[in-house]
Write a protein that binds this ligand. Structure first.
Ligand SMILES: Cc1ncc(COP(=O)(O)O)c(C=O)c1O
Ligand SMILES: N[C@@H](CCOP(=O)(O)O)C(=O)O
Length: 465
């Protein structure tokens, strides 16, 4: 399998190449040259398979030429052995057609673990025997940071620099990052929002002289391997609910458009997906873009769903590329206009193509709290605020006879205050992270400027050999 950049001006790479590169050298994102497909019989044959067996069947075409199925299985066994539920991503029934897909049984209690535990294994595999030292730079609005740190803390040959917006992540989220004592972990709080943090990370990749000094890599969902691993659970859930004979709908709490783009990939691969509900909080650029092609970014408003407080969704570029006829030059022009004006109109091909599968929904904080309360009172489920955004959106699209799966992206204990306010229940932290508030924190706080952040990274990273 070869991968091409959405901006059409970077070398095509194999799977190991895109995993280590993260972002393409022309500023674009890597996507497979062709979408692999599974036939209805092949999808039907996934029914009853374990999560790891499903993962191998779904991901094998993406790693072809780089990893054998047996190698992939070994990495998946190691990655998913760290999950606390045998099913890895279990389904929970809420009512007749409404389901939750629990994605938070990994070490850091959020869906990011599903991809990042595997990414940690992939980095180790691809760096084995080489003298390269990887400098990972990442941005987090809360959950990617801890999941990435957990995946690489203490690993040889890797340093991780993780930027989070100061004061805009929950206490649990921050402590999950800042109390990890491993010397290769560097936490940076920036005086700015997540979009600024993400832009600073991309600027380091796009600065040829900086990127030339270090072997940079990415753990955000700009890294293709992240999305690939997330495609698996769409198949795993859908076959349990009747696919391929029956289409299944998904509602996805959305920020950087990574998780829901993985659902799009599953559909491109042949999974019968009835609908993908793109659920946003009041930071609703995606809901507006999908409703009327208005892709314009506004100031980020802090909410009780901090991980979705995003106005520039990296992975939307992948969708725009695919729906716009895979024209790298045209997409590069569109992205340049967006970067300059923070506002563009999507083309007809992009809006109409998206309308076939996606529907955007904006859910405000009151509706979110109501969804949490209803899930608790009617179905006995304590859910986190991000999941509640998607559940509220899912109810707007309930259709008789079509299973609707809401992706439960975080454990409620990560957002204990918001959950308690809405439901009166204070969820307790699972024992694996129970002593979080007794551990010492370690991080620096920097101005949100390129100079401040890149200088800090340059002073602490290991240069290329
Ligand atoms: C708990 C939670 N839900 C939803 C999201 C949004 O996912 P995505 O950025 O892939 O759209 C995030 C962050 O990414 C998150 O941490
Ligand atoms: N909500 C995310 C933001 C980064 O998203 P990513 O999926 O691109 O890593 C977070 O929790 O950090």
């Amino acid at each position: 399998m070869r991968y091409v950049s959405t901006r059409g001006n970077a070398p095509a790479l194999d799977f190991a190449g895109v995993t280590l590169a993260g972002l393409a050298s022309d500023g674009g994102l890597y996507v497979p040259e062709l979408w692999p497909t599974l036939s209805p019989d092949e999808i039907g044959a996934l029914r009853g398979l374990s999560y790891v067996d499903t993962a191998v069947a779904v991901m094998a075409p993406f790693v072809e030429g780089t990893l054998t199925r047996e190698e992939l299985r070994g990495l998946c066994d190691a990655a998913y052995g760290a999950f606390s539920h045998d099913a890895v991503t279990p389904l929970v029934q809420l009512d007749h057609d409404q389901w939750l897909l629990e994605l938070f049984h990994g070490p850091t209690l959020a869906f990011k673990d599903v991809a990042l535990q595997l990414l940690g294994q992939l980095f180790e595999r691809f760096l084995k025997g080489s003298d390269q030292h990887l400098t990972i730079v990442g941005a987090t609005s809360g959950d990617t940071g801890s999941a990435a740190i957990d995946a690489v803390a203490g690993r040889e040959g890797v340093d991780i620099f993780m930027l989070h917006p100061e004061g805009r992540v929950s206490d649990v989220q921050r402590r999950q990052m800042t109390t990890v004592g491993a010397p290769n972990v560097h936490n940076i709080a920036i005086r700015g929002d997540f979009d600024t943090a993400q832009a600073l990370v991309k600027a380091m990749f796009n600065d040829a002289s900086f990127a030339g000094r270090f072997r940079l890599s990415a753990v955000n969902s700009i890294n293709w391997a992240r999305l690939m691993a997330q495609v698996v659970y769409y198949f795993y859930a859908a076959v349990r609910l009747g696919a391929p004979a029956k289409p299944v709908a998904f509602s996805v709490p959305t920020g950087n458009f990574g998780d829901v783009f993985a659902g799009y990939v599953a559909a491109k691969m042949g999974l019968p997906v009835a609908k993908l509900v793109v659920a946003t909080n009041v930071n609703d650029i995606l809901a507006r873009a999908l409703a009327n092609g208005d892709y314009s970014s506004r100031a980020v408003v802090p909410t009780p769903t901090p991980s979705m407080d995003i106005q520039v969704s990296s992975n939307f570029e992948r969708l725009m590329f695919d729906l716009g006829g895979r024209d790298g030059a045209a997409l590069a022009g569109q992205m340049r206009s967006f970067e300059d004006a923070r506002a563009i109109r999507l083309t007809n091909a992009q809006t109409q193509g998206a309308a076939g599968l996606f529907v955007g929904e904006r859910v405000d904080t009151d509706e979110m709290a109501l969804a949490m309360r209803h899930a608790h009172e009617r179905s006995g489920q304590v859910i986190d605020p991000h999941t509640a955004i998607a559940l509220a959106a899912a109810h707007r699209h309930a259709e008789e006879g079509v299973p609707m799966v809401t992706l439960a992206t975080a454990h409620p204990a990560k957002f204990g205050d918001a959950v308690e306010r809405a439901t009166g229940v204070r969820p307790s932290l699972p024992p694996r992270v129970g002593d979080l508030f007794d551990r010492e924190e370690r991080f620096v706080t920097l101005d949100a400027t390129y100079e401040a952040v890149s200088d800090y990274v340059a002073q602490h990273a290991v240069p290329r050999g």
